[in-house]
Write a protein that binds this ligand. Structure first.
Ligand code: F42
Length: 148
């Protein structure tokens, strides 16, 4: 069952607008980063503190039906807040890729698994390499795998 409850749209207008268009059109519109060609997926999480439903578009990094959430935030010094939502509620994440909507479980990765998925992330969206150079923090990678 998708993450349910009160939806609190992002305070960032471009983010909440993209989610609105993506959901309304089943991913037929609003499905790339504005001005770019790389595809976007919408992830729903539960707020770590508020318990509210949160939605964030992220670049599509997929392999064998598993999706990676790249906590890059454009190379900002802090992790995005959705990362903390996933740490608190790893079993409450819904993925919308185009028309397909499914529930998953989130798991942060490290070591060899991180290295392999980082390569996939940069192949999908080369700017991630620049974002990593811009920040001292190691950009977290969180995998979302189907629930059953
Ligand atoms: N961000 C990325 O990090 N990686 C991407 O690949 C990426 C791609 C992308 C593509 C299209 C697009 O439109 C946006 C894209 N973004 C990407 C931006 C992404 O969707 C997020 O906006 C960004 O990562 C920042 O996430 P954020 O959760 O830090 O956003 C802030 C602005 C925000 O929403 N803050 C809320 C607020 O009210 O200030 C809080 C949201 C929240 O979840 N709060 C939790 C709660 O309990 O409700 C508390 C969390 C805690 O701190 O414990």
């Amino acid at each position: 069952m998708p993450v349910e409850g009160e939806y609190e749209p992002s305070p960032e207008k471009w983010v909440r607008d993209q989610v609105e268009v993506y959901e309304r059109t089943g991913g037929r519109e609003g499905n790339t980063l504005p001005g770019r060609t790389e595809p976007v997926v919408v992830f729903t999480t539960r707020g770590a503190k508020s318990g509210k439903v949160r939605k964030n578009p992220l670049m599509k990094v997929e392999h064998d039906g598993v999706y990676a959430m790249v906590a890059s935030q454009g190379g900002a010094p802090k992790h995005p807040t959705w990362y903390f939502n996933l740490k608190t509620h790893p079993d409450e994440v819904t993925v919308q890729d185009g028309e397909r909507v499914w529930d998953g479980v989130a798991r942060e990765i490290d070591g060899d698994e991180y290295a392999q998925w980082w390569e996939r992330a940069v192949a999908a969206f080369p700017d991630y390499a620049d974002y990593q150079r811009k920040t001292d923090r190691k950009i977290p990678l969180v995998l979302v795998e189907p629930k059953n």
